[in-house]
Design a protein around this ligand. Structure first.
Ligand SMILES: *Cc1c(COP(=O)(O)O)cnc(C)c1O
Length: 422
């Protein structure tokens, strides 16, 4: 099909095929040429319960008949109030404020601005130094806008924009056995008087290659930040909503962040929406009878009512249905498949956490993100009606929670075949 669309993360010069999808249901995507493809990566980590979930679709339809869009500066609406209230009930009580935006990247930009605003206004009040340094973990991903790229891994993804990216403090990824080096680096950076915040993906670095690290390390990182008054920003854009086995990944470490970024599964993956939740202290730093001190951030579609209605329906599903039981059943199946595959063929680093399972292909050639292994694997899986999108030589399965046993078997059979063939 000829099209003028410029697709994301797609090299059109390689004529990568772009299948046309006409509808979706549960864990399946139906294409124009009549195929039913299993969405084994939840359409890039967003779909939690399944595609076109009836409760979420009904909420969208109902809201669409009432109120489509509303300026959110100085105005409010029911769906947003419902979402804020539901989030307050589900998330740690110290996260008292809910700021809406529309993507994971934006929720990160908002978090960074809140953190710098906090230190700025405190300094204006004579309560200490102005702090501006953000500390980040190697191999992190926080989005593709300039600020989000600045706090993420540098490399081929952002080389042309490098002159615009701001400096950050970096700590190594806490690989198994090397955790102390991460903690030592964090301690050293937190001692600097101008360190404002740490931003981190809790327990799993997604785009960095599904790299896992332990809850104990996350907890230790949090404690170092707390001891030095450095703000702890949890980017749970991917890890929340059951992905790692719990509602949030932070709760596995007993960590309550100062700022929490949520998006992807916030609407069950149906429509774009994000929130940045903040502690009262961060809100309070911006609270004054002074217009210059308001939080200067907005996008046109902040808290769009239809998106909020989808999120409210998702949150009702979380309240009323045994979502974590489904997550835990899927988690067990994922671990079992990984184990079973490991008995028949060879690959590196089998790992699973919650609904995420990953393994690394052994290859003699180049394995980085730019090697042609991933696209070749992707094509191999597509021929078997399975949507997987490897990160370099890392193949991971992150399905919607409704995936059936037969569908999951089809995914893992395809991976088994690929391990033998590549
Ligand atoms: C996907 C992702 C983002 C960016 O979210 P978008 O909605 O794509 O902007 C940020 N942080 C993490 C951890 C993510 O996985």
């Amino acid at each position: 099909m000829t099209s003028s669309i410029w697709h994301p993360f797609t090299q059109h010069g390689l004529q990568e095929p772009v299948p046309l999808v006409t509808r979706a249901e549960g864990a399946r995507l139906h294409t124009a040429d009549g195929r039913a493809v299993i969405d084994a990566i939840s359409s890039w980590w967003v779909t939690t319960h399944g595609h076109c979930h009836p409760r979420i679709m009904a909420a969208i339809a109902e809201q669409a008949g009432k109120l489509d869009q509303l300026i959110f500066a100085g105005w409010t609406h029911e769906p947003a109030e419902q979402v804020a209230e539901a989030l307050r009930a589900l998330m740690p009580p110290s996260l008292t404020r809910v700021f809406f935006s529309d993507s994971g990247s934006t929720s990160v930009e908002v978090a960074l601005k809140m953190a710098l605003g906090y230190w700025h206004w405190r300094a204006e009040d004579g309560k200490g130094a102005r702090r501006h340094r953000i500390v980040v973990m190697d191999h992190s991903y926080h989005g593709d806008t300039i600020g989000a790229m600045s706090v993420g891994a540098r490399g081929v993804f952002n080389r042309p924009y490098d002159p615009l990216l701001f400096d950050v403090g970096r700590i190594p990824f806490p690989a198994a056995g090397a955790e102390q080096a991460t903690l030592d680096a964090l301690e050293a950076l937190c001692r600097l008087p101008d360190t404002a915040a740490l931003i981190v993906e809790p327990l799993v670095l997604g785009s960095g290659g599904m790299l896992f690290y332990g809850a104990g390390t996350l907890k230790a990182m949090y404690e170092i930040c707390a001891r030095h008054g450095v703000l702890f920003i949890a980017d749970e854009v991917m890890t929340a909503w059951g992905r790692t086995g719990t509602l949030t990944a932070c709760e596995q470490a007993g960590v309550v962040p100062d700022i929490l970024c949520l998006s992807k599964g916030l609407t069950g993956g149906a429509v774009p929406l994000a929130v940045t939740m903040a502690s009262e202290a961060i809100f309070e730093a911006h609270y004054a009878a002074d217009r210059a001190r308001m939080f200067f951030h907005s996008s046109s579609y902040t808290a769009n009512p239809i998106a909020c209605a989808a999120a409210a329906a998702n949150l009702a599903i979380w309240r009323e249905e045994p979502v974590l039981e489904r997550v835990s059943a899927l988690a067990q199946k994922q671990a079992a498949w990984l184990d079973k595959l490991g008995r028949f063929c060879h690959f590196d680093n089998p790992r699973s956490l919650g609904t995420i399972a990953a393994l690394d292909f052994k290859t003699s050639g180049e394995t980085g993100y730019m090697s042609d292994l991933a696209p070749r694997l992707m094509a191999f899986f597509r021929e078997r009606d399975v949507l997987l999108r490897p990160l370099g030589n890392t193949v991971y399965v992150m399905p919607p929670y409704c995936i059936g046993d037969d569908e999951l078997a089809q995914v893992w059979d395809a991976i088994g075949e690929a391990v033998i063939s590549f």
